[in-house]
Design a protein around this ligand. Structure first.
Ligand code: WTA
Length: 656
């Protein structure tokens, strides 16, 4: 498990109750009401979800069976026909929401744009037709490698509309990482932009796509669609590359949503795991739509009058579920922001809140800590009185950051929901319902109705009392991932057999450690596997190690996380070099850059330590626990008797 910082261990014991007025007006108003919902869902999960599916979504055809559970493979609303693009757009057009702002976009540098539901619908239909014109058919995969601009959401919704699963690749990933994902997903088309703005500089996205697919490296890719965003000269390959605006000008705005089977694939999203290759998490249509819709509605207490802003990037699951699909399915106004916090613009988030009168704000602890450091004067100089509810996601939030968020941003009046969930879970799993559940800083509190979360030991036995263990889920839920794309065995092994099933009962293993207090509140402690969490981004240590050893100077590499005040964790790499190589400052820099080229800037090691040898067990396994202790400057704790060569440890301690 990653090392918690001293501060994250210190728990703030106070209970924070929602203001009475907030509770009275909330969708779920009391702990009793929550409990009733929870019990109802527990007693008959299928009836619970079926009732909501019928009430909240549009179906072209009713399902025959609510749940088909062949562990660990689940199908929800079997035989039902629906379309998430229809649920996000068309159904609002026959109501007063037709001219309501669907998407408010605040771009860099100072650009902005608002699309009503009717306008967004039109653009999505046009782009769906543009994709069709390029020969994209139902079942074909589309890669999306975009900055945070409305066209990213439009492209996703257009894919969903015609049944072409999308795979969004975060714009901060390198050409190499993009290539791996396009190849694995067998993408037929890539949607990108000439460039994106990142802290006053241009990220040359189209150039990266060119690199990724050069020399037929991603042979499935036939066409590239390019949004003109940053305007610099770029190369367009005739026949292969097309400008978005030229395609849009040419096509009809009439494109009925394709009735999709509830279990048709909606998207693949790659995420890091314990082995080298990122895995393609597969989500399907009906269950994901219902789950993101309900979790957003109840946990963020969403109302038609809200202006809702989630600061994530659409390249991550948070962007998929809670910038695009969840909010639009609910007919909400969702804000999309292209910028990022930086020293030269220390009030940027608070400006957006003031400018649009944001009422619900959702961000990550790492961003909160960055703003905290920039000083209270920035939020204090803005009018944040429109805010009524705050949320956080991505890593455990340390009590000091929670209290700052509550007081300085929330003005002591906004509940904070700490949402624990994962790419794999599709939506929130453990989160307060803000009108019903008093909060404790650092705890995600209680499971969402329908989620049977628990804490168990390595054999799957329930852990009693406030003892730590593995966080698991006992019953399938509609938003769960269906498989690892192209590798169902990996899905089974990673999530369902890590804790051995007993009597045919499969339980979902999340990869996190947690404990539960006397009120039944969950406290998530962090990953128990070889995944580290840097600024809320998931990185597999093996992925970074593979990147390092792909450099000719490197013989072996071991990567661990080290606690970091701002980022949560930082990447530290221990590296042994090939015989003829010198451990120079220059090489240190080169290797850091090599990781950036192979994966992306988010994976850049904070520190690379050269060493003669890595500590290994007699069976040759790298003893990461020792390295974690060393990286964080702690005494090496625990048993070292299995260490093969003790002198290695002495040398590492000596800092060689
Ligand atoms: C961590 C992001 C504590 C956790 C939605 C999980 C959290 C991983 C929280 C998933 C939270 C996310 N408290 N830890 N509120 N939210 N995590 O797939 O370790 O990018 O397993 O999904 O982030 O990261 P992912």
């Amino acid at each position: 498990m990653s090392q918690p910082t001293i501060e994250s261990i210190l728990q703030e014991k106070r209970l924070f109750h929602p203001p009475a007025e907030f509770s009275q007006n909330a969708h779920i108003t009391s702990r009793d009401q929550y409990q009733q919902l929870y019990d109802k869902a527990q007693a008959d999960p299928e009836a619970f979800w079926a009732e909501l599916a019928a009430q909240e979504l549009h179906w072209f055809d009713q399902w025959d069976k609510v749940l088909d559970w062949q562990p660990p493979f689940a199908k929800w609303f079997v035989g039902g026909k629906t379309n998430i693009s229809y649920n996000c757009l068309d159904r609002h057009l026959t109501t007063w929401r037709k001219n309501k702002a669907a998407l408010i976009w605040e771009g860099e540098p100072g650009d902005s744009r608002t699309l009503t539901y009717a306008q967004l619908h039109r653009e999505v239909c046009q782009f769906a037709n543009a994709l069709k014109q390029l020969g994209v058919e139902k079942g074909d995969k589309v890669g999306i490698y975009m900055p945070m601009i409305p066209e990213a959401a439009i492209a996703m919704l257009a894919c969903a509309r015609i049944g072409a699963p999308h795979t969004v690749v975060f714009g901060g990933f390198s050409a190499e990482a993009l290539k791996d994902r396009l190849v694995d997903a067998e993408a037929k088309v890539v949607v990108t932009a000439d460039g994106g703005w990142r802290k006053e500089a241009i990220v040359p996205l189209k150039e990266q796509v060119d690199k990724a697919i050069a020399n037929n490296a991603a042979p499935s890719v036939q066409n590239v669609l390019v949004v003109k965003r940053t305007g610099q000269e770029i190369e367009m390959q005739a026949g292969r590359d097309h400008w978005w605006h030229e395609m849009q000008a040419d096509v009809s705005a009439n494109c009925p949503a394709e009735p999709m089977d509830s279990e048709d694939m909606l998207f693949i999203l790659y995420t890091s795991g314990t082995t080298g290759k990122p895995k393609g998490v597969v989500h399907t249509t009906g269950g994901y739509n219902l789950y993101t819709h309900m979790t957003l509605k109840w946990a963020f207490d969403l109302k038609d009058t809200d202006v809702y802003w989630c600061t994530a990037d659409v390249g991550w699951i948070t962007g998929h579920s809670y910038i695009v699909y969840g909010p639009l399915s609910n007919g909400a106004t969702t804000v999309m922001y292209e910028g990022a916090p930086r020293a030269s613009n220390p009030g940027c988030f608070w400006d957006v809140i003031e400018k649009y009168g944001v009422t619900i704000f959702y961000t990550a602890p790492t961003a909160i800590r960055a703003f905290m450091k920039m000083g209270d004067e920035h939020p204090n100089a803005r009018d944040l009185s429109s805010l009524r509810l705050l949320g956080t996601v991505g890593e455990p939030i340390n009590p000091r950051a929670w209290i700052w968020y509550q007081q300085i941003i929330g003005g002591d009046r906004c509940p904070i929901i700490d949402t624990w969930w994962q790419t794999e879970t599709g939506g929130f799993m453990i989160t307060p319902l803000p009108g019903a559940i008093p909060t404790k800083p650092g705890s995600a509190t209680l499971p969402f109705p329908g989620i049977q979360a628990d804490i168990v030991d390595a054999e799957g036995n329930p852990v009693e009392g406030n003892n730590g263990g593995y966080l698991v889920v006992r019953h399938p839920w509609p938003g769960m991932m269906r498989t690892v794309y192209g590798d169902p065995d990996r899905f089974r092994r990673t999530y369902w057999e890590h804790i051995p099933p007993k009597d045919g009962q499969y339980i979902y293993f999340a990869g996190d450690g947690a404990h539960r207090d006397e009120d039944g509140y969950f406290w998530v402690m962090g990953r128990v596997d070889d995944v580290i969490n840097v600024s809320g981004h998931r990185l597999g240590t093996m992925e970074i190690e593979s990147a390092l050893v792909s450099h000719p100077a490197v013989a072996e590499a071991a990567v661990v996380g080290k606690p970091d005040e701002l980022k949560g964790e930082e990447v530290v790499a221990f590296v042994t070099l090939e015989g003829n190589q010198q451990a120079t400052e220059e090489l240190n820099k080169t290797l850091k850059q090599h990781v950036v080229n192979e994966i992306g800037a988010i994976a850049r090691p904070g520190e690379i330590r050269f060493t003669d040898a890595l500590p290994k067990t007699r069976s040759g396994k790298i003893m990461r626990r020792l390295l974690r202790n060393l990286a964080s400057g702690q005494e090496v704790a625990g048993d070292t008797s299995t260490l093969e060569d003790r002198s290695v440890l002495e040398k590492l301690r000596g800092g060689s």
